[in-house]
Ligand binder design. Structure first.
Ligand code: NDP
Length: 784
C-alpha cells in the first residue's frame, strides 16, 4: 500500500509488535518446561506433559509439565517447610521481596506482555497497557501491606499454606491477585495456572528466583483440572483461593466443605450494562466496546447484558452495530487490533454452541461482516436482540464476545432486570443524572459498580462477587483479610448435645401437668409468635427439673422463617440511625426486665442469681455496643489510579442463618444476632438448644421495640433436625455457626455457595462487622 493510498483510505496499517525477546526466552527455556518447586526447576515424576499452543496461529509454543500427586505433595511440603521462617520474617523483609518482584515485572514488561499474547491470544495492546501494568501495581501495593502488616492488622496472623488455582483469561494478573496478598500477609503458596496459559507463570517463577525469594515461598505447579483438584483437596493446605467458573467453584466448595480450609472464590458473572436515555451515548458505546469486547469478552465481569432505556434503544442499537462493524479482529501481535483470538478451539466451540442455542430460543443474532483470519480461533463480535429475560443466552455466562440486549422503561425496571441473575460480580450504569446513577448503583447486587465507566481495576480496591459469583475480595485492605485469620482462632463452640434425652411431646403436655395454660414458647416468625409446624414441643430442663417448653422446629418452620426474612429486606435500606435507635430500644426494654431474665437463666443453667444478672447486664451492654456500631462502620474512599472517587460501601449480606451456643444463652445470642441486625441483615436465629428460653423470652421485648416484622426470626428445637435445612436453603445468603458442626453446615450449603463463618466469640468487633457485610465498590470517574 502506498502512502497516498493510506492517506486516501485512512485505514490502519499493520503495526506488529516484535516477539524477538519472547522467542529467545522460549528457545532458552523450552521446548519442554519444568515446574518451580522449592526454588528448583523440576520435571514431573510421571514424566507426563501436554502441549501449549498459540491460539491465534495454532503454533506449538512448548510442552508443559503435568503435575501428579507426588509433585503436588512436594510443592505443598516445600510451602509448609518455608512457612515458619517466611511468616515470622519482619513485614519490612517481605515488603522488600514484593517490591523487588514489582521492579522485575516492570523490567520484563515487554517479555511478559508478548508471552501472554502468544499464549492467550489477547491483543498486545491489552497485555501491554492493562495486564502487565496492573500486575506491577499489585506487587507494589502489596509490598506496602507487608510493610504495614503489624501496625495495620494487629491481632491477625497468616492463614498458612495457600493453594491457588487460576483461569486462563488473565493468567499473569490472576496470579498477581493471588500471590501478592498471600505473601504480604506471610503465607506461602502453591499456585496452578490454567492448562492453556501456563507460560507467563513460569516467567514469573524465574522472577521469584532472580530476586532470591526463599525456596518454597512460591511454588508453581502446572497441569490440568486434575492437578487443580490435587491442590484444592490436599490435606496440608490451609487455604484455597480459586478463580474460575461457577461450576468448578461449586466442586471446590463441596470438596473443601468440612475440611477446615479457608476458602475464597472468584467466579463467573453476567453483569448488566445499563444505559439511561440521558447518558452520553457516544461514551456509553465506547464503554460497551470495552465492557464486552475487551479480551474477546472472556472477562468474568464483562458487561454482557446490555439494558438500554426503551426510548433510545433503536438509536443505540444502530450506533452499536456501526461501531461493531469497525472493530478490527486479527493477529493479536498487531498493535492496531481490537480483538484477538479466543483462547482455544474448545472455548470457541462453546461460544458458537451458546449462540446457536440463543437463535434456537428465538433470539435475533447480528454479527458484522468483518472478515476473520483464516487460521486460528477467532469469533466475531455478536449482538443478540429480541431475547426474553429468561432465555439461556441472557441468564448464562458465555465467556466470549457475545452481548445480549434488553430494554427497560424506568429505573425500577432497570434494577429489577439487573438483579435478575444468580450472579453478582459487577455492573455498569450510564447516566448524566447523578441521582439516577447513584440510586441504581446502590440497588444493584454486585461487588463492583462502575458509573459512566467500566472495567476499572486497581490494587487498592477490592474485587469480588455477591451470590453465585463467589465470596471474598481481592485487592486493597478488604482483600488482605482473605489471607489472614484472627490470632486466637479457636472457636468457643457450645456443647451441642441435648441436655438429657429430648423425646417428642405433644403441645398439650405441660411441665407440671397440672397447669391449664399452655406456656409453651412458640417460634418467632415474621414478627408473630407461631406454633411449630409439626406440633411438637420439647422440654427445657434445668438442674431442678423442667423449666418450660419450646416448639420443636422442622424444615417447614425454616422455610417460613426464610420467607419472612426475605420479605424484610427494607431493613437493609433503613437508615443506620434508625437501625441503631431500634437496637438501643431493645437494650432498654431488655434492661427493664433484667430480673425476670436473670431468674429464667438461673433456672435453666443453674447459675447463681448474681451470675445470671451479670449475664443479662452483659447482654444489655452487647445490644448497646452494636447499636453504637450501626452508624459507625464506615466504608472508605479508595485511592486508586483512576481520576475520581471509588466508594467502598459495607453492604449487608442479606438473609443470615445463625446457630447460637449454649454458653451464655442470652449474651451469646445477642453477640451473634445484634451485629448482623446493626449492619442491615435479616436474621434467622436458632437459639441455644439447651437454654432456648433466654431467646424466646425476648419476643415481647422485640415486639415492643419497633423491630420490623421478619427482620429477626427465631426457630427453636433440636438443631440437627432443621439446621441442615437452614444451611441448604437457597434463600439464605450466609451462615454463622456459633455452635454445632461447621463441617456439616458447609457441606449442606454448597448449592448456593453461601459464605459460612465458624464464629469466634472472642473475635474483635471489627471481625464481627466484617463478617456481617461485604464490600461494594462504586467507581465514579469525574472531570470536565
Ligand atoms: P475453570 O473453572 O474451568 O478453570 C479454572 C481453573 O481451575 C483452571 O486452572 C482449571 O484447570 C482448574 N480446574 C478445573 N477443574 C478443577 C477442579 N475440579 N478442581 C480444581 N481446579 C480445577 O474456568 P476457566 O479457566 O475455563 O475460566 C473461565 C471461567 O472463569 C468463566 O466462567 C469466568 O467467569 C470465570 N472467571 C472468573 C473470574 C473472577 O474474578 N470472578 C476471573 C476469571 C475467570 P485447567 O483449565 O488448567 O484444566
Amino acid at each position: 500500500m502506498t502512502v497516498k493510498e493510506i492517506l486516501e483510505s485512512l485505514d490502519w496499517g499493520p503495526a506488529p509488535e516484535s516477539d524477538k525477546f519472547a522467542r529467545e526466552w522460549l528457545d532458552q527455556h523450552g521446548p519442554s518446561f519444568g515446574m518451580y518447586i522449592n526454588g528448583q526447576w523440576v520435571t514431573p515424576e510421571s514424566g507426563d506433559n501436554f502441549e501449549s499452543f498459540n491460539p491465534a496461529t495454532g503454533e506449538l509454543l512448548g510442552t508443559i509439565s503435568q503435575a501428579g500427586e507426588s509433585d503436588v505433595n512436594s510443592a505443598v511440603a516445600a510451602a509448609r517447610a518455608a512457612l515458619p521462617s517466611w511468616s515470622s520474617s519482619p513485614g519490612h523483609v517481605r515488603a522488600r521481596y514484593l517490591y523487588a518482584i514489582a521492579r522485575q515485572v516492570q523490567k520484563h514488561h515487554r517479555l511478559l506482555a508478548v508471552i501472554e499474547t502468544l499464549d492467550n491470544g489477547k491483543p498486545i495492546r491489552e497485555t501491554r497497557d492493562a495486564d502487565v501494568p496492573l500486575v506491577a501495581r499489585h506487587f507494589y501495593h502489596h509490598a506496602g501491606w507487608a510493610q504495614l502488616f503489624d501496625e495495620t492488622f494487629p491481632g491477625y496472623e497468616p492463614v498458612g499454606v495457600c493453594g491457588q488455582v487460576i483461569p486462563w483469561n488473565f493468567p499473569l494478573l490472576m496470579l498477581a491477585w493471588k500471590i501478592a496478598p498471600a505473601l504480604a500477609a506471610g503465607n506461602t503458596v502453591v499456585l496452578k495456572p490454567a492448562e492453556f496459559t501456563s507460560i507467563s507463570a513460569l516467567v514469573f517463577a524465574e522472577i521469584c528466583n532472580s530476586v532470591g525469594l526463599p525456596p518454597g515461598v512460591v511454588n508453581i505447579v502446572t497441569g490440568d483440572g486434575k492437578t487443580g483438584a490435587l491442590i484444592t483437596e490436599h490435606d496440608d493446605i490451609d487455604k484455597v483461593a480459586f478463580t474460575g467458573s461457577t461450576e468448578v467453584g461449586r466442586i471446590i466448595r463441596k470438596a473443601t466443605a468440612g475440611s477446615g480450609k479457608a476458602l475464597t472464590l472468584e467466579l463467573g458473572g453476567k453483569s448488566p450494562f445499563i444505559v439511561f436515555e440521558d447518558a452520553d451515548i457516544d461514551s456509553a458505546i465506547e464503554g460497551l466496546v470495552n465492557a464486552i469486547w475487551f479480551n474477546q469478552g472472556q472477562v468474568c465481569c464483562a458487561g454482557s447484558r446490555l439494558l438500554v432505556q426503551e426510548s433510545i434503544a433503536e438509536r443505540f442499537h444502530e450506533k452499536l452495530r456501526s461501531r461493531m462493524a469497525k472493530l478490527r479482529i486479527g493477529n493479536p501481535m498487531n498493535k492496531a487490533i481490537d480483538m484477538g483470538a479466543i483462547v482455544d478451539e474448545s472455548q470457541r466451540k462453546t461460544i458458537e454452541d451458546m449462540c446457536k442455542l440463543g437463535c434456537d430460543e428465538g433470539g435475533e443474532m447480528w454479527q458484522p461482516s468483518t472478515e476473520l483470519p483464516e487460521q486460528g480461533c477467532f469469533f466475531p463480535p455478536t449482538l443478540f436482540t429480541n431475547v426474553s429475560p429468561s432465555s439461556t443466552i441472557v441468564q448464562e455466562e458465555v465467556f466470549g464476545p457475545v452481548l445480549v440486549s434488553l430494554t427497560f422503561r424506568n429505573h425500577k425496571e432497570a434494577i429489577s432486570l439487573a438483579n435478575n441473575t444468580r450472579y453478582g460480580l459487577a455492573g455498569s450504569v450510564w447516566s448524566q443524572d447523578i441521582d439516577t446513577a447513584l440510586e441504581v448503583a446502590r440497588y444493584i447486587r454486585a461487588g463492583a459498580i462502575w458509573v459512566n465507566c467500566t472495567n476499572q481495576f486497581d490494587a487498592n480496591a477490592g474485587f469480588g462477587g455477591y451470590r453465585e459469583s463467589g465470596f471474598g475480595r481481592e485487592g486493597g485492605r478488604e482483600g488482605m483479610y482473605a489471607y489472614m485469620r484472627p490470632l486466637s482462632s479457636e472457636t468457643k463452640t457450645g456443647n451441642s448435645d441435648v441436655k438429657g434425652k429430648q423425646k417428642p411431646s405433644t403441645e398439650s403436655s405441660t411441665s407440671s401437668g397440672a397447669e391449664s395454660v399452655d406456656r409453651t414458647a412458640k417460634m418467632y416468625i415474621g414478627g408473630k409468635q407461631k406454633r411449630p409446624d409439626g406440633g411438637y414441643t420439647m422440654d427445657v430442663t434445668g438442674p431442678d427439673g423442667t423449666v418450660g417448653q419450646v416448639g420443636r422446629g422442622n424444615r417447614k418452620d425454616i422455610r417460613d422463617a426464610v420467607e419472612a426474612a426475605s420479605g424484610a429486606t427494607k431493613w437493609a435500606t433503613t437508615n443506620a440511625h434508625t437501625r441503631s435507635q431500634i437496637l438501643y430500644y431493645i437494650a432498654e426494654n431488655l434492661e427493664q426486665r433484667s430480673a425476670e431474665f436473670a431468674t429464667r437463666i438461673s433456672a435453666m443453667t443453674g447459675l447463681t442469681t448474681e451470675a445470671a444478672e451479670s449475664e443479662v447486664a452483659d447482654a444489655v451492654s452487647e445490644w448497646f455496643r452494636w447499636a453504637a456500631w450501626a452508624d459507625k462502620y464506615d466504608g472508605a474512599v479508595h485511592e486508586t489510579t483512576m481520576h475520581g472517587l471509588v466508594l467502598a460501601l459495607n453492604e449487608p449480606l442479606g438473609v443470615v442463618g445463625v446457630t447460637c451456643p449454649d454458653e451464655s444463652p442470652l449474651c451469646g445470642f445477642t453477640r451473634l444476632v445484634a451485629p448482623l441486625l446493626a449492619m442491615g441483615n435479616s436474621v434467622i436465629a436458632v437459639p441455644s438448644q439447651s437454654n432456648p428460653l433466654a431467646a424466646t423470652d425476648l419476643y415481647q421485648v422485640l415486639e415492643t421495640s419497633d423491630l420490623p416484622a421478619g427482620v429477626l426470626n427465631i426457630v427453636t428445637g433440636i438443631h440437627s433436625e432443621f439446621v441442615p435445612a437452614l444451611a441448604s436453603h437457597d434463600g439464605v445468603d450466609s451462615m454463622w455457626v456459633g455452635t454445632g458442626d461447621v463441617d456439616e453446615v458447609q457441606i449442606a450449603s454448597v448449592s448456593n455457595m453461601k459464605r459460612v463463618w465458624k464464629v469466634n466469640m472472642d473475635a474483635s468487633g471489627d471481625e464481627f462487622l466484617r463478617q456481617s457485610t461485604h464490600v461494594k465498590n462504586i467507581w465514579l470517574p469525574h472531570g470536565v
